[in-house]
Every structure is written in C-alpha cells, then in structure tokens.
Ligand binder design. Sequence first.
Ligand code: H2B
Length: 92
Amino acid sequence: MGDVLSDDEIDDRLPGGWSHDGEEIVRTFEFDSYLPGVGFASGVGGLAEDAWHHPEITITWGEVEVRLTTHDAGGITGQDIELAQRCNEIYE
Ligand SMILES: C[C@H](O)[C@H](O)[C@H]1CNC2=NC(N)=NC(=O)C2=N1
C-alpha cells in the first residue's frame, strides 16, 4: 500500500493530464462519442482488478472521469500514481 505522499511528491510524480484534487488525483479522458468511453472504462476496470486498486469512474457522453485515492491509507499513495500511469498507457 505504501505511505501517503506529500503534496510535493504528488506534484512531482503526477502523470501527464492528471490533477491533484484534495485527497484524490483525477483525470477526465475525452472521446468522440459514448461507447469508446465505455470501452475505456472497462479497460480501467481490468487494470484496477490487476492492481487490486480501484478508482471511481464516471462515464458521460464523450468523457470518462477517473478519480484515485488509497482508501486504506487515507490519502494519495504510489499505488494511485502507478494506476494513473497505466490508465494513460491504455488511452494514448
Ligand atoms: C478489501 C480490499 O482489499 C481493499 O478495499 C482494497 C481494494 N481496492 C482499493 N482501492 C482503493 N482505491 N483504495 C484502497 O485502499 C483499496 N483497498
């Protein structure tokens, strides 16, 4: 699980496109229509199961918002950073 990261550590390690929002990191991924976003969300679900680390995923038309925090630690840890990077890898 790892320790909660400091604000500076988070800012240094945030993957491209992600933002620090309180106790979470967040990115909104954009798509041309609805179903590509659904497919991406499903892929994120698979990454989450692989990592046994689960984001909040919100699907709307043309957008998928992914929010990450480590509930067991009460903040943002390296697990969040790592899963965020893997989300970027299946998007780009
Ligand atoms: C019981 C189960 O192992 C825990 O709830 C795991 C599962 N997925 C998780 N996901 C996230 N985001 N944070 C956690 O602390 C966490 N813990």
